[in-house]
Design a protein around this ligand. Structure first.
Ligand code: UD1
Ligand code: CA
Length: 481
């Protein structure tokens, strides 16, 4: 195999006009990954050095690609978007390999085996051009160039240039081609613009090869793998297919989905066997879920690590956090970022935490805000506890040591340290640190007056009667004279 003699070109300069948005379609994500990255990562996996043709929104495309830090990537600018043939032509000075592999930038479903098969066929048959074609069974899916085979001749006609009676041809061009460079050096000079649209078509290179008896080979791929994305509707369709693929993959690896069509999973996610993913779960890029977890329903988890046997109860939001084994989160918990929850701990309903660490077996089960807090193990945080960590300018730290018990409705004014096994009384505003085993109460004393409620009620009633204007007196009905 002579992969070293292949270079890749990804066409990504187009205007994305059918998207009808301001940006470029190549920046839009599918299952958490930008569209341009699908062909680019694929070629990278095959260790093929790749140039990306950029033009429309070029800085945006470059910044998306550069964020992945892949080796052997370069950019070539197509200043005017005159079509795919023109996009290839302007890369000519970069051709330095025996074969040039070209992919459209907008085909996110293509799998590596299709490209490998194309390369194998091309090299083993020593073809001048090889390209991928597919069978589109649905006449409602439009926009593809049609592949027309007659005897040994193979040509491609773009849909825009086809007569109406030829539109029912189902064999379509996928948008992946490999050219022998010696052929391309000659053929590229014969490319001209279409008399119908004024665009230069890369597909005319196949027509040139056919007319001049160069060898053209094709390989077949399933249509769903080569779908192009020209509109937002096609983006949704492609994402739907990709998501179903990902879910099927995890099902085949021992993960149960109780409502598969209602779950969103990104590409860079891993899930351990024995886990159950409930309806409405959104599991985003960079998340890894352990074995035997139960993610019940309607939670969003982003870039987080979830250990084994963790339970996530409904409507929780977990962002850039680490949950250790056997912990329980939710329902309705919000871990905003950099939260570490220790083994067997429970962060419960309406608890918001950020930049906070919990040791093992700690609990904050209801209604709390915990920010910049370092919480030990076996700690109990009562309902309604607030770490007052922000003075309007800077954030301060709250330390709660092992075994401490924070009473309900406490405000802990940071910076502050609550010692090991210390207790604070409910309703306290704690401003000073407490030593190990200490107790603090900081609330006003209660005054109780027996039967005073009756007196108060009488007083209020009297006050009300004084201030309410009396109703006008109705005249007595006059008897009929
Ligand atoms: C193209 C093919 C069509 C094929 C279909 C598969 C041509 C002429 N037609 O049509 O036969 O069935 O893909 O999906 O190639 N681009 C540039 N510069 C340009 C124009 C486009 O870099 O001047 C890039 C786009 O960003 C895109 C790719 O080339 O990533 C394909 O362009 P697009 O306009 O989507 O081609 P289709 O009309 O889909
Ligand atoms: Ca396209």
């Amino acid at each position: 195999m002579t992969k070293q003699t292949i270079q890749g070109i990804v066409l990504a300069a187009g205007k994305s006009s059918r998207f009808k948005t301001d940006g470029t379609k190549l920046q839009y994500t599918l299952c958490g990954q930008e569209m341009i990255m699908f062909p680019v990562k694929l070629l990278n996996q095959l260790t093929i050095p790749t140039s990306i043709v950029i033009g429309h929104k070029k800085e945006l495309v470059m910044s998306v690609v550069n964020a992945y830090n892949l080796p052997n990537i370069s950019f070539i600018e197509q200043k005017e978007q005159k079509g795919t043939g023109h996009a290839l032509k302007i890369t000519q000075s970069s051709w330095n390999s025996d074969h040039i592999l070209v992919m459209n930038g907008d085909m996110p479903l293509v799998s590596i085996d299709i490209v490998e098969q194309l390369i194998d066929t091309h090299l083993s048959l020593s073809a001048d051009i090889s390209f991928v074609k597919a069978h589109n069974q649905d006449p409602m899916i439009k926009g593809y160039g049609r592949v027309i085979k007659k005897g040994s001749s193979v040509t491609i006609k773009e849909e825009r240039d086809l007569p109406a009676d030829a539109l029912d041809i189902c064999c379509v061009n996928a948008g992946i081609y490999i050219f022998k460079r010696s052929f391309l050096d000659i053929a590229i000079n014969h490319l001209t613009s279409s008399s119908v649209t004024g665009e230069w078509y890369i597909t005319d290179l196949i027509n040139f090869a056919n007319a001049h008896k160069y060898s053209v080979e094709t390989v077949d791929a399933p249509f769903d793998k080569i779908r192009g994305v020209n509109t937002l509707k096609e983006l949704w369709e492609a994402e739907y297919i990709k998501r179903a693929e990902l879910i099927a993959h995890w099902m085949n690896n021992g993960v149960q989905f109780s409502a598969a069509p209602h779950i969103q999973i990104d590409i860079d996610v891993t899930i351990g066997s024995g886990s159950l993913i409930g309806p409405g779960m959104i599991i985003k890029k960079g998340t890894s879920i352990g074995h035997n977890c139960r993610l019940e329903a309607y939670s969003t988890i982003t870039a987080s690590t979830i250990g084994d046997n963790v339970i996530i109860l409904p409507y929780s939001v977990i962002n850039e956090s680490h949950i250790e084994a056997h912990a329980t989160i939710g329902p309705m918990a919000h871990l905003r970022g950099q939260v570490h929850v220790g083994e067997y701990s429970h962060v419960g309903s309406f608890v918001e935490a950020t930049k906070t660490t919990f040791g093992a077996h700690s609990k904050a089960k209801h209604l709390a805000y915990l920010g910049n807090a370092d919480i030990g193990s076996q700690v109990n945080i009562g309902a309604g506890v607030i770490t007052a960590n922000y003075n309007g300018v800077s954030k301060s730290k709250t330390t709660i040591k092992d075994g401490a018990h924070i009473g309900a409705l406490n405000a802990l004014i940071a910076p502050i340290t609550i010692g090991e096994n210390a207790i604070t009384a409910a309703g306290s505003t704690i401003t000073d640190s407490i030593a190990d085993n200490g107790f603090a109460i900081a609330r006003t004393y209660q005054i109780t007056k027996n039967d005073y409620a009756t007196q108060l009620r009488a007083k209020f009633t009297a006050e009300k009667e004084q201030t309410t204007p009396s109703a006008p007196i109705k005249p007595a009905p006059t008897e009929a004279l």
